[in-house]
Design a protein around this ligand. Structure first.
Ligand SMILES: Nc1ncnc2c1ncn2[C@@H]1O[C@H](COP(=O)(O)OP(=O)(O)OP(=O)(O)O)[C@@H](O)[C@H]1O
Ligand SMILES: CC(=O)N[C@H]1[C@@H]2OC[C@@H](O2)[C@@H](O)[C@@H]1O[C@H](C)C(=O)O
Length: 371
């Protein structure tokens, strides 16, 4: 397959390993790189505790460090196992696992080698989606917005709406679906909002050896500290104009003061902070939205969803309300973006990553031509 060669829809398989390190999501999408024709099967493979520990040991490290090589091997093996279960796939989009993200400094680093995966699967693999954007002066993230634009058109939205991904950090995409091309001026505005689930997970781990606050039930028993929320919103990040992006631990220090609160009040405050950061982000919307569709694991946190509803002046709903699958949206995004890379179409633009001009990132590795 040549870049830009075929023009009809192809079945692409996308895979994402997110910052919360629960596991790998994979999903098929039939697309020509512009419109979504159909969503296909999907699957999930959790990491084992041992695998998670190996990857966690490499967080914050850059290529050359032995911990990174060990993490990359785990990521490649887990993806090969999961992706080989699918049939009828023409190409795969492999995000890899972000280990470090410092667009203004050392760059961005997703571990896992697409050439190794291409060999293992016998398929062309599109990977390394973020580094071209960063090399050109962009944030390298978020990249899902071009897919959100295609989703907005798929669901027939007739005016501006927003997508919110509540993962380890939050990211928000404002879309005007009336504009046909995602990189045309006025179609998109996207950026990371602030901390989402990561600080709540860390607190639950520290105090109760639990990976998350199931349903937001623990936070619901506490009282959010309004002064702490207000103080947190004075962090310099909230005064930066979008596009802007974050690393998972960018707010660890800023949130350390909350450790003096009782755990239930700290959980309530961190949960409210995630929502308050989104509301702060929504102040950047070019025009009001009719709804905010929430994807990512945070949509299962009823306390976080309630806080969002109270802080935003539009309906806040899980993406399922629009017929989309919030557990698979990121994997589907990388299937869609893989086809865009294959066809030579851009995957980011000034209003999504701050890159000076629309750009298509990604490398393509084919099984017979390892990189
Ligand atoms: N039932 C639930 N109740 C409360 N929180 C939940 C629930 N399910 C998932 N979460 C939260 O969502 C997180 C996982 O979200 P998701 O899978 O979207 O993150 P990710 O893709 O790994 O992160 P990112 O998008 O930042 O890369 C969990 O770590 C947890 O904090
Ligand atoms: C550098 C990196 O991996 N960023 C992730 C992370 O997880 C959420 C948020 O931070 C977002 O910026 C991005 O992922 C999504 C899939 C994106 O690029 O749109």
């Amino acid at each position: 397959m040549k870049k830009g060669g075929k023009t009809g829809p192809v079945w692409a398989l996308g895979a994402m390993s997110g910052t919360s390190l629960d596991g790998v999501d994979a999903a098929m999408v039939l697309t020509d790189g512009a419109t979504i024709a159909e969503f296909g099967p999907h699957a999930y493979r959790p990491y084992t505790e041992a695998e998670r520990a190996t990857i966690r040991a490499a967080f914050g490290q850059w290529p050359g460090d032995p911990a990174v090589a060990a993490a990359a091997e785990v990521v490649e093996t887990a993806h090969a196992e999961l992706l080989s279960r699918f049939t009828g796939v023409e190409l795969a989009g492999f995000h890899g696992q972000t280990l470090a993200h410092d667009p203004a400094g050392r760059g961005t680093h997703q571990c896992g080698d697409g050439a190794v995966l291409a060999e293992a699967l016998g398929l062309p693999v599109v990977w390394d989606f973020r580094s071209t954007d960063v090399a050109m002066g962009g944030q390298g993230a978020p990249l899902a917005p071009f897919f959100h634009h295609a989703c907005a058109r798929l669901i027939g939205a007739d005016g501006p709406l927003a997508f919110l991904n509540l993962g380890g950090v939050g990211n928000l995409t404002w879309v005007d679906p009336a504009i046909a091309e995602p990189h045309a001026p006025g179609a998109l505005l996207a950026f990371d909002t602030g901390p989402a689930n990561a600080p709540v997970n860390d607190l639950m781990q520290r105090h109760f050896a639990k990976s998350q606050d199931e349903g937001g039930a623990f936070a619901a028993t506490g009282k959010a500290d309004a002064a702490a929320i207000e103080a947190f919103l004075r962090h310099a990040y909230f005064f930066r104009m979008p596009p802007k992006s974050l690393d998972r631990n960018d707010f660890t220090q800023a949130l350390a003061g909350l450790e003096t609160l009782a755990p239930k009040d700290a959980a309530a405050t961190l949960t409210a902070i995630a929502a308050a950061a989104v509301a702060k982000g929504a102040e950047h919307f070019p025009r009001p939205v009719s709804r905010l569709l929430v994807t990512g694991g945070g949509r299962h946190n009823a306390t976080m969803m309630r806080e969002l509803g109270q802080r935003l002046d539009c309906p806040v709903e899980p993406v399922e309300a629009a017929g989309l699958d919030g557990d698979m949206l990121e994997a589907q995004a990388f299937a869609y973006l893989a086809v865009r890379v294959l066809r030579g179409l851009p995957t980011s633009c000034p209003t999504t990553t701050g890159v000076p001009a629309a750009v298509g990132g990604g490398q393509i590795s084919r099984p017979d031509q390892p990189a």
